[in-house]
Design a protein around this ligand. Structure first.
Ligand code: PLP
Length: 230
């Protein structure tokens, strides 16, 4: 099932790229494996997936030693400052940085461990109250502050679009995130690049790819529905 799902998703990404004249190699498929058992991750790994996304520090810590060493782990969930020390040096990208205090903690821990940490700034583009992320208005100020910190590097932006029935409704959200990245790039802030746009999930990744996503985070579309009752 996972193999077929992956094939389908990859085909959809390629089709979306083709529609807008993009190269499908520009898009990284992150398999979001939260709540799923390691056997399923291994199945995805065996069909070629190397990028996995998790949203909880504990689950990430449990899974990392059970998977091959060449997996690139992505922290995509809300991160508490007291848990930063567990994931610095273990994940390739933290997608969910939305405050200076969190970035300061990551920077401190990176120095301590003598590593460099790549991050994305999470933006709550649609302004949903239930969501984490900085606002579109505040993002540039936050970028300038975080850029000054040692051992931490801003690589781009991430957003979680609203849950919608029709993915077209999120096109504007993705366009806004892309535009924010362009605006930030124009500011030429030292230590900041905007090459990564992490946007698009199972329900709306084709639209996100059409609008410039370089990372799509797909869980249900690869591993099936999640069961939170167990
Ligand atoms: C769970 C999750 C996803 C994947 O969601 P699906 O709809 O299952 O593809 C993507 N991004 C984040 C931040 C998530 O928490």
């Amino acid at each position: 099932m996972i193999k077929e799902n992956l094939k389908y998703v990859e085909g959809e990404i390629e089709a979306a790229c083709e529609r807008v004249g993009r190269d499908a190699h520009e898009v990284t498929l992150i398999a979001v494996s939260k709540t799923k058992p390691v056997e399923m991750l291994k199945e995805a790994y065996d069909t070629g997936v190397r990028d996995f996304g998790e949203n909880k520090v504990q689950e990430l810590m449990d899974k990392i030693p059970q998977m091959p060493g060449d997996v690139r782990w992505h922290m995509i969930g809300h991160l508490q400052r007291n848990k930063v020390k567990y994931i610095v040096g273990k994940v390739c990208l933290i997608h969910s940085v939305d405050s200076l205090r969190l970035a300061e903690e990551i920077s401190r821990e990176a120095i301590k461990q003598q590593v460099e940490v790549d991050i994305l700034i999470e933006v709550n583009v649609a302004g949903e109250e239930s969501k984490f992320g900085t606002s579109s208005e505040e993002v540039i100020v936050l970028v300038r502050e975080i850029a000054k910190l040692p051992a931490i590097h801003i690589k781009g932006l991430m957003t979680i679009a609203p849950f919608v029935e029709n993915s077209e409704e999120n096109r504007e959200v993705f366009q806004k995130l892309k535009q924010l990245a362009v605006d930030i790039m124009r500011e030429n802030v030292d230590n900041v690049t905007m090459n990564v746009l992490s946007m698009g999930m199972t329900g709306d990744y084709s639209v996100a790819v059409e609008e410039g996503a370089t990372c799509v985070r797909i869980g249900t579309g690869i591993f099936g529905e999640r069961d939170y009752s167990v």
